[in-house]
Design a protein around this ligand. Structure first.
Ligand SMILES: NC(=O)c1ccc[n+]([C@@H]2O[C@H](COP(=O)([O-])OP(=O)(O)OC[C@H]3O[C@@H](n4cnc5c(N)ncnc54)[C@H](OP(=O)(O)O)[C@@H]3O)[C@@H](O)[C@H]2O)c1
Length: 386
């Protein structure tokens, strides 16, 4: 039985969804959907092509592969390719997840050298369990996993191979599901653990955050405010600066692309910096480091300005008492990570933390959304609803 609908949520291309009841589909839910991109606007011709492909290939699932390594340049659309695979049959302990939101993150660029092309694009996603042979992950629960850019994934509950994170049911209460990839997911735990465990801001201290309007930075800065610090944020557009000041309660914010003398700006605004939460590395970070006060703490979270570049910046001479620490959220165990998320959830629920997101629509736009985030087009966490 075939039935077509045109999904208008996709902004780049129209695609057609076939709902069908197929005898060879062995999963419990009888109605499945097959989504394939159509090349023309004519529903009839598109339908016949899609139907033909279905009967040739049976049910095929969609994922994105990276086909060209983008280690030394900003990724392009040509570096990605949509691929299909047949539906596997669930074995004992396995469960099938249909993605709802898929994440795009800077480490997809900086970790690209860890895989040999072609490889499936790794990344976090949150989805619904649609079929299960695993009582820990029953049907209809939401699961966050590091399954990558895939519409459907068969999982068995094992930890992923990059962060060793076991698929988990997000504890988000009545908050939007997308937050489980941002403020209530990996970026949120990174912001909390880096700020609270490494920067350790005290009341009255000065905290500086770069990429302050992004997923990690926007939460890190607000946590520092909750801890009673004076917070300076740097971001790449005037709109982001305005948002930091007017909506996220930052004390000071600057557009690093427009400021000619960053050090002068900092020195004329505050008496040095006690904590620096560094999301960008490179020249901006080196300049901010020159403003560190004795006893200062630096949490080196990320270095997005240097991803794809081989030159490392030389650190300036600092007072010996300044402590610089690189970190990964993955260095803390699950009990500390989930405790961090509970703190953030509590602050969001009582209005002490405001969450910003940039949500794109449609599986096909994942590469575009990833590239846009790297260029700074996002505010808060960038995710794709699929
Ligand atoms: N250590 C960890 O465990 C961990 C975990 C998650 C993320 N991270 C790191 O944290 C940083 C932020 O990640 P995120 O997920 O929150 O991303 P994000 O800040 O939401 O998005 C990336 C942002 O980087 C900024 N950017 C791009 N090129 C830049 C440049 N040359 N100089 C300065 N800023 C630039 C852009 O904002 P502007 O408009 O402000 O330029 C862009 O919006 C990244 O370095 C990431 O690798 C580390």
């Amino acid at each position: 039985m075939l039935k077509t609908t045109i999904n208008n949520t996709n902004t780049l291309t129209k695609h057609f969804v076939i709902l069908f009841r197929a005898p060879e589909v062995r999963f419990g839910t009888p109605i499945r959907e097959l989504r394939l991109t159509a090349l023309s606007d004519s529903p009839l011709s598109a339908l016949s092509r899609v139907a033909l492909q279905y009967f040739k290939n049976k049910m095929r699932l969609v994922k994105y592969n990276v086909i060209k390594a983008f280690e030394n340049y900003l990724p392009t659309l040509n570096d990605f390719e949509i691929a299909h695979e047949n539906v596997p049959t669930l074995g004992p302990g396995e469960f099938l997840v249909k993605a709802v939101y898929i994440s795009v993150d800077p480490y997809m660029r900086s970790f690209a050298h860890r895989r040999k092309v072609p490889y499936e694009q790794f990344g976090f996603q949150v989805g619904k369990v649609v079929e299960s042979q695993n009582s820990e992950y029953p049907e209809n629960v939401n699961v966050v996993s590091h399954s990558g850019w895939r519409e459907y994934t068969v999982l068995n509950g094992n930890p992923d191979d990059i962060f060793s994170l076991k698929p988990y049911q997000p504890q988000i209460g009545n908050l939007p599901l997308s937050l489980s990839l941002g403020a209530l997911g990996m970026p949120g735990m990174t912001a909390y653990l880096g700020m609270v465990e490494i920067c350790k801001p005290k009341k009255g201290e000065v905290v500086c955050v770069t990429s302050a309007a992004g997923a990690v930075g926007s939460i890190a800065g607000q946590i520092a405010k909750i801890k009673g610090a004076t917070v300076i944020g740097f971001a790449g557009t005037d709109e982001k600066v305005q948002m930091l000041l007017e909506e996220l309660n930052f004390d000071h914010a600057f557009n690093y692309k427009k400021e000619k003398d960053i050090m002068g700006t900092i020195r004329s605004t505050v008496e040095g910096i006690d904590c620096y939460f560094d999301n960008v590395g490179g020249e901006l970070a080196m300049t901010i480091l020159k403003c560190m006060n004795p006893e200062g703490r630096v949490a080196e979270c990320g270095s997005i300005s240097t991803y794809g570049k081989s030159l490392a910046n030389k650190k300036p001479a600092l007072p010996g008492s300044v402590k610089i620490q690189s970190f990964s959220f993955a260095q803390w165990d699950w009990s500390q990570q989930s405790a961090a998320l509970q703190h953030i959830r509590h602050w969001i629920e009582k209005g002490a933390i405001k969450v910003k997101e940039t949500v794109a629509n449609g599986f096909e736009v994942l590469p575009d959304t990833f590239i846009a985030m790297l260029k700074g087009d996002n505010v808060g966490k960038s995710v794709v609803k699929v």
